[in-house]
Ligand binder design. Sequence first.
Ligand SMILES: Cc1ncc(COP(=O)(O)O)c(C=O)c1O
Length: 380
Amino acid sequence: MITADRLQSVQEYYFSKKLREVRGLVNEGRPIINMGIGSPDLAPSPKVLQTLKEAISDMGAHQYQSYQGLPQLREAIADFYQSKFDVTVDPAGEILPLMGSKEGIMHISMAFLNEGDEVLLPNPGYPTYAAVTNLVGGKPVMYSLKGENGWFPDLDELSQMDLSKVKLMWVSYPHMPTGAMAKKEQLKSLVNFARSNDILLVNDNPYSFVLSNNPTSILSIDGAKDCTLELNSLSKTFNMAGWRVGMVLGNKEHINAVLKVKSNMDSGMFYGIQKGAIAALQSGPEWFEALDEVYNKRRELMFNLVEKLGCEYDKNAVGMFVWSKLPKNASPSEEFIDQVLYEKDIFIAPGTIFGSNGEGYIRFSLCVKEEKITEAIERF
Ligand SMILES: Cc1ncc(COP(=O)(O)O)c(C=O)c1O
């Protein structure tokens, strides 16, 4: 059977292919240390697990669930945004729970893009933005992020471009893969840029609670809801990546458009998962402190490894990764990571999978136990 034309516009996800190769090496008995992917290895809180267990005996637990999620889940998300970001959102119409923020990228694109509409995408950035834009027939227009500008777009330069066909712009602060933070003033300038060019801006914000002592939401900018959506996720903040719980927040009109797509694609999120998600969102400060304590220790060790390799990095970056420059005179990123993989049995992500501006960089995940990072240091 001939596949749809749209499949020509995307490739299998880099990690889907590369992790197959890495698994092959593991099956050969090689002691691979995987520092590639950001899948939290830590457990959710015991309260979350207990809540899930208890929920499976509740009346109606196994029936189809509401397309908009349980009202209590939306209320828990609203309370979370109020207490953590000082952002007020109406649980009745300004929040839509998602099965991970990744699906939101597709739903938002389907809700707002017509064939040929242009989409501004970060280079480097999360590869899914471009893949989804292509799948729905949009046209990716990459904007350049550079270390010397703090991985923030040059909005003056962007304003000189013909933006008449641009409908959507993706940003993610704290930024993946570089860990750069955007200051409030910078978020404000992004919102102003979107408003004055009639663009729907989406901030993808899943890393705001990993090693960032100042979590920020773009919705805290005055008037942002007019032209901005925010995606967030429980994957990294609560070690629940496999549960698939995320959310999109914005004004009622935008959220309704996303719901129109989503309600035609799934039939609600499993009740027990929603109950567990509520418990997670209600976690006290000790949860966030404990999470940072683990990642802080790992990051200190990772800095040692990165220095041992002769790479430069930014100590002030946040999030779940250490983004580093390749050592001087090293081979290009993909060749370099293959050398490390085959000679030292350590898998690191090459910067190029996040776009051409990622050439010359590599990304180390902090989802690796301390003893494994120590072992990796010893291998060098
Ligand atoms: C920038 C960014 N956005 C979204 C996601 C997807 O997260 P979720 O698990 O909520 O779908 C990831 C996952 O790695 C990510 O790095």
